[in-house]
Structures are given as C-alpha cells and as structure tokens.
Design a protein around this ligand. Structure first.
Ligand code: NAP
Length: 272
C-alpha cells in the first residue's frame, strides 16, 4: 500500500473504501473506480452479486495507480458456499477482475449453502494457496462470528454490515473490538438519505459541511471502515475529503444520542 490514504488504515485495511453495488453500467463503473483511485481511495468493494467485477477490474487496470496499491475485496453469494463452489467461483471472480489474488473475499450472507465448517475450510484453503489475503464475512451477528471463529483456522479479518447514524451497531462493534475483527460499514450514507437525520444536519451546519461528510467522519472516528458508493466525481471527491472533517466530543455525543433506529437492508434470509 502507498501512503495516499490520509486516515491511517484500520487493522491494515484502507480506512475509506468505494462501494459499487448497483453500479452496473460498465462505463460508469469503470469511471467511478478510476476517479476514486485518482482522488486517493485505495480500497474498492465489489461482489459477484453486483455483476460488475469486470468493470471494477477494468477501472483498476486502466488507472495509473498500481494494482498492489489497491485493497480489492469481493464477495461470494449464498448459493455458492459449498466447498467446491467456493473454490470455483472465487477463481471466476479473479478472472472477471483480471487479478491474481484478492485482498479480501467475504461470505456475502450466512444463508442457504453457508456451512461454517465447510465454507470456511474452503476460504482457508484459498488463503493457503495465495488466492486471497484475508477472509471476511458479511451480515454476521456476534453469535455467527463466534461460531465462524471456532470453525476457522485462519483469522476472520472483517465483518461487513450495515452501519450509519440510525443503525449504530454498538453490540457488534464491541464484539469486533474484543476479537480484532474490523467492522466495515455498508450503506454508510443510508443509501443517500442521511441528510434526513436531524442530528447529523446539526453537526454539518456547525462545521459548514455536508451530512454525508459528517457521517463518514463519524464512522472513521470510531475506527470503522465506511465504503460509500458514489458514481459522480463530485460525490467521490467529497466523500474522500470527509477525512479532513474533525468532529469534537460534543458532535460524537450528539450523533451517539440518536435513539431512532432504522435498518435499510432486511431480506428474508437475514440472520437477525
Ligand atoms: P450508500 O453508500 O449509503 O449510499 C449510496 C448513495 O448515496 C448513492 O445514491 C450515491 O449517489 C449517494 N451519494 C454518495 N456520495 C454522496 C455524497 N457525497 N452526497 C450525496 N449523495 C451521495 O449505499 P450502498 O450502496 O447501499 O452502500 C455502500 C456499499 O456497501 C455498496 O455499494 C456495496 O459495495 C456495499 N454493500 C454491501 C452489502 C452487503 O450485504 N455486504 C449491502 C449493501 C451495500 P451517486 O451514486 O449518484 O453518486
């Protein structure tokens, strides 16, 4: 990794990543990845389910930023979590992305074909064979994390979950802190609706910035890794500059005191 990231990496993971869910237009996705790398992002998040790995790979390979400088993460969908399917589909991800290895491969959801012992054995073998550097999980509760840790010979590096001012994930964060698992925050901008949260707007007004920057700065302050999805260069640049917003204790307490809760992603197969 080079030193383009201004906020220090969290447990070796660049502290701010680019999300790419729903960025399915090939050209737009390539451009957003290139723009993100150009402004300084060094962490890109994709998934087989997003059907954009080829575009993400194209964005990385056509950027002046070297592949080795980028932390690249993908995820395997829940119907591909039997041993042989993990090995085969992980190789398909590498082909689509045009890379030799991934920095992190996540179990996207603990559902359907997920079997902790079998699935994580396959992930461990991918790591042993150098196809992935780290094993990640996503949408895991503390109970599921505990079970995964018991089954897996290699460390679980990160848990990617929904987190934003209306879903503060205190219990999960405490568990992850105790077990050296990095929390990666998806939908950190509440899918573009964080500007509707009054407390966040109060803080944004005080610092003469935007609710989106405040939210990302608040997550970074908690040593959580936000991965905002953005398509336009303006949004990408603004998100990157959130690391220069300095929140004080009063701001943190104001957002921390929000009592309303709202979960945006709640599919039938969710474990909660
Ligand atoms: P998000 O990042 O919270 O919000 C994305 C929306 O916010 C887009 O409409 C984007 O618009 C807008 N936006 C971005 N920057 C902005 C800014 N500075 N000002 C105003 N609006 C802005 O939502 P998300 O896509 O759900 O989550 C982020 C990433 O997390 C995903 O892309 C994906 O990589 C990951 N994720 C993972 C899971 C999982 O199960 N593991 C689930 C959901 C998401 P434009 O695109 O027009 O710029």
């Amino acid at each position: 990794m080079d030193d383009a990231v201004n906020h220090p990496p969290v447990n070796g993971i660049p502290a701010l990543g680019l999300g790419t869910w729903q960025n399915t237009d090939f050209g737009a996705c390539v451009a957003s990845v290139r723009n993100a790398l150009d402004v300084g992002f060094r962490h890109i998040d994709t998934a087989q389910y997003y059907e954009n790995e080829a575009a993400v790979g194209e964005g990385i390979s056509t950027s002046p930023v070297s592949r080795e400088s980028v932390f690249l993460a993908s995820k395997l969908w829940f119907d591909d979590l039997a041993y042989d399917d993990v090995v085969q589909t992980a190789r398909e991800s590498l082909d689509q992305l045009g890379v030799d290895s991934l920095d992190m491969l996540y179990v996207h959801w603990p559902a359907e074909s997920y079997d902790p012992a079998e699935t994580l054995a396959a992930f461990t073998d991918l790591k042993r064979d150098g196809l992935i550097d780290h094993i990640g999980v996503s949408n895991f509760t503390p109970e599921l994390l505990r079970e995964a840790q018991e089954c897996c010979d290699a460390p679980i590096k990160a848990n990617q979950v929904e987190m934003h001012p209306l879903l503060q994930q205190e219990e999960l964060r405490a568990y992850c802190d105790r077990h050296d698992i990095t929390l990666v925050a998806y939908s950190p901008l509440m899918r573009g609706e964080v500007g509707e949260v009054r407390e966040v707007c109060d803080v944004a007004e005080k610092h003469e910035t935007t609710p989106e920057q405040v939210t990302l700065a608040w997550l970074l302050e908690k040593n959580v890794v936000p991965i905002p999805k953005a398509t336009s260069r303006d949004h990408i640049l603004s998100n990157w500059e959130s690391q220069f917003v300095e929140l004080d204790d009063e701001d943190i307490a104001h957002i921390g005191g929000i009592s309303q809760e709202r979960r945006l992603g709640d599919p039938v197969f969710a474990p909660w």
